[in-house]
Design a protein around this ligand. Sequence first.
Ligand SMILES: [Zn+2]
Ligand SMILES: [Zn+2]
Length: 253
Amino acid sequence: MRIEVLGAFGGQSDRCRTTCLVFNGRLALDAGSLAQGLSLERQREIDTIVLSHSHMDHTSSLPFFIENVYDRGSAEINVWASEATTYAIRRYLLNNDAWPDFTRLPNNLLPAVRFRELIEEDPVVLEGLRITPIAVEHRVPTFGFLIEQDNVAVIWSSDTGPTFRFWEIANRTPNLKAVFIETSFDNSMQEIADLSLHLTPRSLVAELAKLERVLPIYIHHMKPPCVEKIRREVDSLGDPRVRFLEQGKVYEF
Ligand SMILES: [Zn+2]
Ligand SMILES: [Zn+2]
């Protein structure tokens, strides 16, 4: 399983908070930097996008991506998301005011984009990956995902506050190779983290106590002004399992 963590193409990737992963060059998980993080040629190779939730740092490049690949003449783009996420994107992003409604262009029968519904803990097989949506705790309905291919599984939290089911599934998946968990704010911003349903290094400790396995744990989704403090606070935990997910890098599992 090959996972590319996209940052801004040629930019300051460690100061770019958008979320977008590309699996095996074919499937994008979230679309925060899909248009900025990949060349046009590589964008044309992606037919399938899976969205965790509707927030802009996870969806904002979707309109530009659609525009970039619109004329490629191949299959439609399938965007997999919960009913709530699909509703928000159609209402606020592809609403003919903010951006054209590509679910009706060039026509209703053969649109450029089709939304497909993800249902909690109902696995779908997409581009050779088995993807199981897991409900996590955030201000809008949000899925984390268990992603499996052959004998390899990884689990991705997306944005979440303290959560439970995610860890239950991590603990019961024997082939799990890595855990990806958000840490958005440093400890001085605990209150805003709690209100916005995100994690700090302090709340991360409580989350990791729910994991009964010794596995690499990758921290992601650090808010740019908090990066230095989060790195220091996480390092001071002294947990050898924990490392930082780096934008612009490729991970193989
Ligand atoms: Zn969010
Ligand atoms: Zn986010």
